[in-house]
Design a protein around this ligand. Sequence first.
Ligand code: NDP
Ligand code: MG
Length: 373
Amino acid sequence: MKKIFLLGSTGSIGQSSIDVVNDYPHLLKIVGLSANSNDKKLSELGYKLDVNNLVLTGKDNSEYSNISSFGMLELLEAIKNSDADIVINGIAGSSGLLPSIATIESGKDLALANKETMVMAGPLINKLAREHNIKLLPVDSEHSAIFHLLENRKIEDVEEIILTASGGAFRDLPIEKLKEVTLQDALKHPTWSMGNKITIDSASMANKGLEVIEAAMLFNLDIDKIKVLIHPQSYVHSLIRVKDCSMYAQISAPDMKLPIQNAILYPELERVESTYLDLVGKNLSFTLPDLEKYQMLDLAYLALKKGNAYTIAYNACNEVLVDAFVNREISFLQIPYYTKIILESNIKIEPQNLNNILEIDKLVRSKTKTLIG
Ligand code: NDP
Ligand code: MG
C-alpha cells in the first residue's frame, strides 16, 4: 500500500489524483491533504477519504473542525512529519516550490504537477533529489510522456524531444483579433479541463513556455533539443527523435489520470490500465506554432537562453500579469508585452540558493506591478 500526501487537493490535479486513488483502493491510500482557501471542500474530502491530516495554507482558522493545521509553515512541517511514501504536488503557481523542497528533504518521492517548481529552481531541485535519493516523477502530461519514452534509453542518443501543444483557446483565431479577446474567451480550452491559471497560460502558450523550461531542467537538455508542435487533437502527448531519425510517441486519451497514475504507481506500471483510446477514424495533425502570435513561447526560449534567473523572472511576471488580466487591469496582449520588458532588463542576482531564488521572484513581481502601474 503506497501512502500519499496530496497537495492542492481541491484543484483540478487534486480531483484527478483522488479519482486515481479511488480506482486503486488496494494499492493507494491518501494520508494528508492540503488546500489554500477552500476549507469547505478540504473538510468534505477529509471525511470522504477518511484523512485526518488536513492543512489549509491560506487562512489561520476555519469553522470546519476536522482541519488540523493552518499556514504554509505548518504544511511544510506536516509534509516532513507525515509517513507518506510519495507527495503529489498539485498546487498552482510558485507557492508549490517550498512544499516540493520539504518533500525531497524529508526523503519522500515527488510526483510533480507543479511545473513552477522546476521553472524556478530546476538546478536546486535536481541536486536535492540526487542528495536525498528520491524519485522525481513528472505529472505534467508532456513530461510524463517523455520520462517514460526515455526509459531504458541513453539521453545522448536523443536528438530532440517534441512537446505537443493544443494551441489553446485562440488556436484558430487570426493574430490581428488577439487584441480584442476577453477573459471569458481565454478560459475556453479546446481539449483539456484544468484550473483557470493554466487555461489562460494555454491560450497565450505561456504554459508551453513553462513546459519547455521544465523539460530543459528535468531532462537536462540543451535548448536546441526541445521543440514544440501544435497538435490540436491532444492525443500525442509528446515525442522523442533518436539518432537514426526514428520517432517515438506516447499516445493516449487526454485525461490527467494516466500521467498521475504512472507517477504514483511507478515503477509498477504493468498493474495500471487507463481510458481506452480508439485511433480508428481519428486524424492526427501537427503544425509549427506561429511565434508572432504566441510570443510567450518565444520569450520562454529567451528566458532559458539567458539562464535560471530569467526563468524565475518569466514565471513571476507571468503570474502577476495573468492575475492582472483576470482582474481586467490589462489586456491579453499586454501579457507578452510586459514579459518582454522584464526579460530584457538586467537581473543582477545569481540564483545559487533558495534565498536568491525567492529574492529574484519577489523583485520581479514588484517590478512587474510597477510596470503595470
Ligand atoms: P487549480 O487552480 O485547479 O488548483 C490549485 C490547487 O492549489 C487548489 O487546491 C488550491 O487550493 C491550491 N492553491 C492555490 N494557491 C495556493 C497557494 N498560494 N498555496 C497553497 N495552495 C494553493 O490548479 P490545477 O490543478 O489546474 O494546477 C495545479 C498545478 O498543476 C499547476 O502548477 C499546473 O500548471 C499543473 N498542471 C495542471 C494540469 C491540469 O490538468 N490541471 C496539467 C499539468 C500540470 P484552493 O482550492 O483552496 O484555492
Ligand atoms: Mg502539460
